[in-house]
Design a protein. Structure first.
Ligand code: SF4
Length: 342
């Protein structure tokens, strides 16, 4: 649902302001499946809304549940598809949101990157993913009050290349008029779009920033993440230091361990040096999830060597739990068949 067009429509039609609040409350509760089911509204208004608006810009195409995660393939109004993932952390639900159909950055280890770029999502399509999962949780258990608690912008696409819609969606999601999700419960991951990291730093927000690092060797990183040719590693690290200096907040580096590519002893030494250089840097080691890119995850003994060495030195890191790799729902595995132009 597009809250701002809805509000203008109601104003133009001369409805009192509380009608907008009522509709928004219904949308946020994610209980009614259509405007027609909003029984607290007068019938003529329900029909008017039903013929002029869509409660959600997304329709479910396929749902794949797995241990701890559910992946949804969602169709957009122009027929394009995206994927979005719900993760159950026992204490809370987290959703991995997509911001683009496909991705222009072509990271070699990522299925989304291999499908190319189709288009950016609108702010409405981004917020409707949250609505979709809240509705899913309600359908699963109407008596419980379970809802999405945390959001990670790590699905399909590079969020910082859809900056204006990302900001519009975030403004709604965290506002008292929206779901009011705490800023610290939202994370945005970027492949390293330096000008937007600077813009994000200047926003002075408490939203978490994650940078997909994956190598501290410029030539290796450029090979697996072509964006590194445009925004080289040294410049990226310097803007990361500026971020922590200015915000005094932790910055998270994502590092998928890839056998023979970024898991050599020299890579470990560079990671140690990086973490020692700034106590606000935090490393998330990620077991590489298999796609058709032909790269392999690091061997368990290599992963152990990395974690033991970092632990011994008391450095800030975690070995991330991977959700949904059996249903291609984990990091770097989201992909859909793009709709071809007619
Ligand atoms: S890892 Fe992220 S930035 Fe890279 S291609 Fe995949 S979706 Fe795009």
């Amino acid at each position: 649902m597009d809250p701002s067009s809805l509000s203008s429509f109601l104003n133009q039609q001369g409805y009192p302001a509380y009608r907008y609040r009522q509709i928004l409350k219904n949308y946020l509760s994610a209980r009614p499946a259509s405007f027609l089911e909003m029984t607290d509204l007068p019938k003529p208004l329900r029909h008017q809304l039903d013929s002029n608006f869509k409660l959600s810009s997304l329709s479910l195409s396929q749902l794949q549940p797995s241990q701890g995660a559910v992946k949804a393939k969602l169709q957009l109004s122009d027929g394009q598809m995206i994927e979005s993932v719900l993760m159950d952390y026992d204490q809370w639900y987290s959703v991995c949101l997509s911001t683009q159909v496909g991705c222009p950055l072509g990271c070699r280890f990522c299925a989304t990157g291999q499908m190319g770029f189709i288009r950016k999502l609108t702010a409405e399509e981004i917020i409707d993913q949250v609505h979709f999962w809240n509705n899913y949780l309600y359908q699963q258990s109407p008596e419980s009050s379970s809802k999405v608690d945390r959001l990670v912008f790590m699905g399909m696409g590079e969020p910082f290349l859809n900056w204006s819609n990302l900001i519009l969606a975030l403004d709604f999601i965290r506002s008292p008029q929206g779901w009011f999700v705490g800023q610290r419960k939202i994370s945005i991951s970027t492949a390293g779009i330096i000008p937007q990291i600077e813009n994000f730093t200047n926003l002075d927000t408490q939203i978490n920033l994650a940078v997909s690092l994956h190598s501290l060797n410029q030539s290796v990183r450029s090979e697996i993440m072509p964006i590194s040719r445009q925004y080289p590693l040294d410049d990226l690290l310097s803007v990361c230091h500026q971020y922590t200096q200015k915000t005094r907040r932790q910055l998270f580096f994502e590092y998928a361990l890839i056998r023979g590519v970024n898991d050599r002893p020299s890579d470990l030494s560079l990671l140690i040096k990086l973490l020692k250089s700034n106590h606000l840097f935090f490393l998330n080691l990620i077991p590489l999830n298999l796609t058709s890119h032909g790269m392999l995850p690091s061997l368990p003994e290599t992963v152990n060597l990395f974690t033991q060495s970092l632990s011994k030195l008391g450095l800030n890191y975690s070995l991330r739990r991977s959700f949904g790799s059996d249903i291609q729902a984990a990091c770097g595995q989201l992909i859909v068949n793009p709709k071809l132009p007619v």
